[in-house]
Design a protein around this ligand. Structure first.
Ligand code: DGY
Length: 336
């Protein structure tokens, strides 16, 4: 009995071996276990002849990449953020775009909260001091930071992760939680996470600890810059687990150096993995390399969901279904 050829896919970065194994049960797979970071041109070249792609947040897929690959039917991002995708270009080309929501919410919220606490309690700065061998005596004000419990938590962006952080602050740490988001949550959701909507100026002025969890869009570019930092309390902390580009990193580094706010915790950076060198020379910042979702279980779940999206669309010959977590459902006519 002749069977139709299996669709070919590209897995653009290294991934868990068992996920590759699963994908190989359905597809001809070109992998990249050497984990080379492809340029956009190289990605477009490797996608030749592929019906699907498994990408991560650093892989840019736009009109040029899609036009060079008219056989492509789905690009599955192993990330909840999708600012690496040009969604209107996907729609114009008739290609599914998917992401990995929900499975990373709690782990990412854990990390956001941990980074905020590490920032408030000066954990990185004090650890560096200790490692340098400078700890010679106890002192009443040594690395005295600011309290998290009972303080005011400000959240900018209030999707799933923002709500999970609010719950931690309200129920776990007795914090007053204020948030700003384009759309206000329903009253019952606000009550369950213990958060109150305020305008952005009020958020900036009231927050003892401001956490950013909004998606990166052109409108959100530098939505925290010198003018916004100037509205914050000099004792406040700022934590960014959203995306580089939301914060003006140069303005932030200057504000930290001048102690216009107390400290910052940053997991994401403009132009990462490069980062503004000024951030490396200020002590009152905790820096981590974009790892907010990085627990083994969560990264496995993200990879599995991206794989399942590819299988749902390409895996069953003649049954080409909808992906599980589409970004552009109803916005286009899929390529045949
Ligand atoms: C996400 O899922 O968007 C995380 O930032 C990892 O890229």
């Amino acid at each position: 009995m002749s069977s139709s050829p299996r669709p070919a896919i590209l897995v653009a970065r290294a991934v868990f071996p068992e996920i590759l194994e699963l994908l190989r049960q359905h597809f001809e797979v070109e992998d990249n276990q050497a984990d080379t970071v492809f340029s956009k041109q190289e990605l477009a070249r490797r996608l030749q002849g592929k019906a699907g792609a498994f990408t991560t947040g650093g892989d840019r897929v736009d009109a040029e990449v899609l036009a060079a690959n008219p056989q492509l039917r789905i690009v599955a991002n192993m990330a909840v953020g999708y600012n690496n995708f040009d969604i209107p270009a996907f729609n114009a080309a008739g290609v599914w775009a998917t992401n990995t929501p929900d499975v990373l919410t709690e782990s990412t919220a854990d990390f956001g909260f941990a980074l905020m606490m590490a920032t408030a309690r000066r954990m990185a700065e004090s650890e560096h001091f200790l490692r340098r061998g400078e700890w010679t005596k106890w002192a009443y004000d040594m690395f005295a930071g600011s309290d998290v419990h009972g303080s005011t938590l400000g959240i900018l962006g209030m999707g799933r992760i923002g709500q999970a952080i609010a719950r931690r602050g309200h129920h776990g740490f007795g914090m007053k939680v204020v948030y700003h988001n384009r759309s206000r949550l329903p009253a019952e959701t606000e009550a369950s996470v213990g958060a109150t909507w305020v305008d952005k100026a009020t958020l900036l002025a009231q927050a003892d600890h401001l956490v950013l969890v909004l998606p990166y869009t052109p409108e959100n570019h530098h939505c925290i810059a010198a003018a916004e930092i100037a509205q914050m309390k000099p004792t406040a902390t700022l934590t960014n687990i959203a995306r580089g580009g939301i914060v003006d990193d140069a303005a932030l580094a200057e504000a930290l150096r001048e102690r216009r706010i107390a400290a910052a915790g940053l997991d994401v950076f403009e132009g990462e993995p490069a980062l503004n060198p000024a951030l490396l020379s200020v002590p009152n910042v905790v820096l981590t390399p974009h790892i907010a979702s990085a627990t083994v279980a969560t990264r496995r779940a993200m990879a599995r969901l991206a794989a399942d999206n590819l299988i749902a669309v390409l895996g069953a010959p003649g049954q080409g279904g909808q992906p599980l977590t589409p970004l552009n459902a109803g916005q286009f006519t899929p390529r045949a």
